[in-house]
Design a protein around this ligand. Structure first.
Ligand SMILES: Nc1ncnc2c1ncn2[C@@H]1O[C@H](COP(=O)(O)OP(=O)(O)OP(=O)(O)O)[C@@H](O)[C@H]1O
Ligand SMILES: Nc1ncnc2c1ncn2[C@@H]1O[C@H](COP(=O)(O)OP(=O)(O)OP(=O)(O)O)[C@@H](O)[C@H]1O
Lengths: 216, 216
């Protein structure tokens, strides 16, 4: 069980507060606007109306004991920067901050923010990837040159052996796992024959993975 | 090479437009504000100043030929709803819409939006998960009860065999892949001994994965 503080209750901050609470952590939320605090007070551990950029308030709350503090203030860049600076000075281990734009990001780096998040930018990139590769349901980046993706088997690949698909598309992507319906099937036990709607977990570079989705 | 139209050039819409262009697609952007169009015009295929909720304009643009249209209008819920309705009526195959809140989401469902995206909400959930499970770098959900995660090997697990870790934590999570430095290592060739900073790709239910991160 961990302790978190969230400053700023826009959609981003509020979602984090409620989800961390659901995951059974202690959550303190701070916002300047009373209505947002009243809205959430009975759903989190503590909720206070306060200015999260006020160094005295942050010190009184002993935030350096917390596992992390999230600054989810939106428009008010100055408050976001002040809050970051004060929390770092107090010795808070992890200060995660929502950045409004690239300039804000650069300033936060200078102030030592542990992690900087751009919700619209990161979701924009994920959305573009999903639009560009419509059979990819999910993915993450393992670092240079390796992606792990989830791909849904399309009608045109129904019935083909995985070994044939790799050979015909000249791809050296690795098949890591297969989910069919509710179950993970052992795709190594015998040659795996693709079935439409199977969920494939694959590993490879962008080009190896792209090869797989080319028409046969 | 696909064709996309993006209506609304906030951070979300603009990121999608630029990323889809970088992925070598044809991208048309539409915004009511001239400054945003001027800003981006030389970076995309076409950029027009127009009201994206005006049915005549949408029809003249032949958007039903496009692979997808993204409505990334923010505050103006009415424009977002009108645009969705008109695009569906025109026969656009994929209409992806950014929702401002849950009420907006429900209305968009009624209007037949193909996909509804909540950038702050989805990034808020991802951020909460990463705060709650600090050794998990990345993850996606494969559907009920199966997650694929990337976990960084911590100092306390350095030198332990994977089989020992699974046994001691009583976890039945599956190790899918291991990345060490720049390379994927064959973790099945011989018993895999964990090394600090190795990136593990694992599959399992939330509880199976959580078991792995418990102290030994
Ligand atoms: N100094 C401050 N201390 C505490 N809370 C603050 C402060 N300044 C702003 N806030 C709060 O931060 C919250 C989020 O700010 P704002 O609504 O500007 O961001 P946003 O980018 O629209 O948020 P989101 O995208 O997460 O919905 C608001 O509820 C606001 O009251
Ligand atoms: N009817 C419309 N037609 C075309 N563009 C529109 C229309 N209404 C609003 N827009 C544009 O949509 C863009 C995004 O809207 P807005 O800034 O309200 O959203 P936002 O939620 O702040 O965006 P983001 O979170 O992506 O930064 C603006 O550039 C605005 O000019």
């Amino acid at each position: 069980k961990k302790q978190f503080a969230i400053i700023g209750l826009g959609y981003f901050g509020q979602t984090i507060a409620l989800e961390l609470t659901r995951l059974e952590n202690d959550v303190l939320v701070i916002d300047v606007q009373e209505k947002f605090i009243n809205n959430i007070a009975d759903q989190v551990t503590h909720a206070i109306v306060a200015d999260g950029s006020d160094e005295r308030i942050l010190r009184e709350l002993n935030l350096q004991q917390y596992d992390a503090v999230v600054i989810a203030i939106g428009e008010n860049i100055e408050a976001s920067l002040l809050s970051t600076m004060h929390l770092k000075a107090l010795g808070v281990k992890e200060v995660w901050v929502k950045a409004l734009n690239n300039q804000h990001h650069k300033l936060l780096v200078k102030l030592g923010a542990t992690r900087i998040i751009h919700p619209e930018h990161e979701m924009g990139q994920r959305t573009a990837q999903l639009l560009n590769y419509p059979m990819v349901n999910n993915y993450f980046n393992l670092g240079p040159n390796h992606f792990v993706i989830e791909m849904l088997v399309q009608e045109e690949h129904d019935g083909i052996l995985m070994s044939e698909l790799l050979q015909q598309t000249q791809s050296s992507a690795k098949l890591l796992a297969v989910k069919r319906g509710e179950a993970i099937i052992d795709h190594m036990l015998q040659p795996y024959r693709l079935q439409q709607r199977d969920q494939l977990v694959l590993l490879g570079s962008l080009s190896e993975l792209r090869q797989l989705s080319l028409p046969l």
